[in-house]
Design a binder for this molecule. Structure first.
Ligand SMILES: NC(=O)c1ccc[n+]([C@@H]2O[C@H](COP(=O)([O-])OP(=O)(O)OC[C@H]3O[C@@H](n4cnc5c(N)ncnc54)[C@H](OP(=O)(O)O)[C@@H]3O)[C@@H](O)[C@H]2O)c1
Length: 217
């Protein structure tokens, strides 16, 4: 798959390096072409060369485009990426400032409204170092990655990207539920920053009550 990544920072590096190693074609972009090219060269670990381009080149290149920029750069980046994002699968990994997150203004919805792309929220719950693990497995269990989106083709692309990391995709419902993923990230990051073990707040599945059917497929 051709994967365009809007971003050349930590998340682009962590995810893109793994996808390239899995044989996908990856192009990244940042604000400074020289810095992005240097990052792309570092990300090339196997036979598939990671390339760098402008925001618009990355948007045009990707069969799927990953949005991995900071909130303060989001609007400008999407505007610079331009019309090529319309109708494409967009994987949104962004988080807002956890101390100021407003669930009434979800970033995933904003990205869809601005671009006309088919957004899937994913990869936003774990620290960048987790996405560098090959694979992320904890206590013998592969990391589960919830996906929230509406478009079947975009969800299929997201599942492919999750599985390429050795993780397990989990249906999290439609795009209207992306705000819950964003709020969960804000809440959990707040616990971590405060020194609490956020993983310890949830019981095992066996103690989660009776569930006759999956919540979402
Ligand atoms: N780091 C994590 O643990 C983590 C985990 C989950 C989700 N996320 C989310 O993923 C997204 C990317 O995070 P990251 O860790 O990759 O961040 P990062 O390392 O700081 O990289 C941010 C990227 O955004 C670009 N950008 C564009 N406009 C910007 C502006 N006005 N100000 C700052 N940066 C701008 C940067 O461009 P340049 O390359 O030119 O600097 C860079 O490529 C964020 O929304 C973050 O909340 C991060």
């Amino acid at each position: 798959m051709r994967i365009g990544i809007l971003g050349a920072g930590g998340m682009a590096d962590a995810l893109g390096t793994q996808w390239a190693a899995a044989g996908h074609e990856v192009m990244i972009s940042g604000r400074d072409p020289g810095r992005s090219a240097a990052r792309a060269a570092q990300m090339t670990t196997g036979a598939t060369e990671v390339r760098a381009g402008s925001w618009a080149e990355v948007a045009a290149f990707g069969e799927v485009v990953v949005v991995a920029v900071r909130e303060e750069g989001l609007l400008g980046t999407l505007q610079a990426a331009g019309a090529a994002l319309r109708g494409k699968p967009l994987i949104d990994v962004t988080n807002g400032d956890p101390g100021r997150y407003d669930p009434a203004r979800p970033l995933a919805r904003l990205i869809g409204d601005i671009t006309g792309g088919h957004v899937v929220k994913a990869f936003n719950l774990c620290h960048v170092d987790v996405w560098r693990m090959t694979p992320p497995v904890f206590d013998g269990r592969p990391l589960a990655v919830p996906l929230c989106g509406d478009d079947p083709e975009a969800l299929e692309a997201a599942r492919t990207l999750v599985e390429a990391l050795g993780c397990t995709p989990v249906s999290g419902g439609g795009l209207d539920r992306a705000r819950l993923l964003e709020a969960t990230a804000a809440f959990v990051i707040g616990l971590w920053v405060g020194g609490a073990d956020a993983q310890a707040i949830l019981p095992p599945m066996a103690l989660s009550g009776d569930h006759p059917s999956p919540a979402y497929d």
